[in-house]
Design a protein around this ligand. Sequence first.
Ligand code: R5P
Length: 305
Amino acid sequence: MYKDVSIIAGPSSLDLATAIAKHLDAELVPVDLRIFPDGESKIKMRRVDNDYCIVVQSTYPPTDRHLLQALMMIKRCSEDGAANVCAVMPYMAYSRQDREFLDGEVVSMALVSKLIETVGTRRLITVDIHSPASLSYFMIDTQNISAVGLLADYAAVKIKPNAPIVVSPDLGGAKRAVKFARMLGTDMVALKKIRDKDTAEVIIEETELNSSVVGRDLILLDDMISTGESIVEACRFLRRYKPNKIYAICTHALLIGDATTRIKAAGVEEIISTNSVPGINAKVDLAPLITTKLKAIIDTKKHLR
Ligand code: R5P
């Protein structure tokens, strides 16, 4: 029982916040949201008395709006006197802009970290952040938890793939794919993806695959699917090797515009993601994973008191 903890149900993550509050048996604080004709958000919530407040708000698109709403809720909790405000942002917006890739670019993550801290956040929990290095901009405690185990469990139990092989569309995701493949007791390959930094065009470089994919079920694994271009190009490349079914699994399914249609047209059987972004593909619930992490943090704090 965590009656002295308030879970603030951010508008972007209402179901997730409700599930976390239920798992913790904590107070759920509903949030009233109004969007003005000019697009501005107005947040209204009841006063919080608890010292420990957890604001659950994933910052998927519209990212700026969801981020600003999170800042508003955190600020309210701080103003109400909560000394321990924890932000749970399963999808962390802007973590792809963690450095100045091209001359003159603003390092968005450096700014976002400051904004989150300025409103009184004491701790941040995120899930499979695109760039763990981007967390170095924060001065507060940050925890990046991995949903790979949950996704692998889902694949093993629900998909029951035939002679699966795990594929990372890029070398950056190789470690994740190794972990996932190990959990499924199988092998993996990592493709060589190049993205044009100006046009965002994706190319998969010609490479010799170190494992045969012929007749096998492919699990394309990524931290996130945004425009779907990486998955579409990976499918185009891999289908020449005559695989069986193709599944696309990720933590964050942003699926911008017609991404779903294009991914399906490229031959993907099913898209599976967590509920960091709610929707029909959100088949894996993050609530138990986040709750376990929160319990560990809160219990340690109580123990230290
Ligand atoms: C990039 O390195 C990431 O891991 C994802 O592969 C990428 O963000 C997916 O974006 P999109 O779906 O637009 O190709």
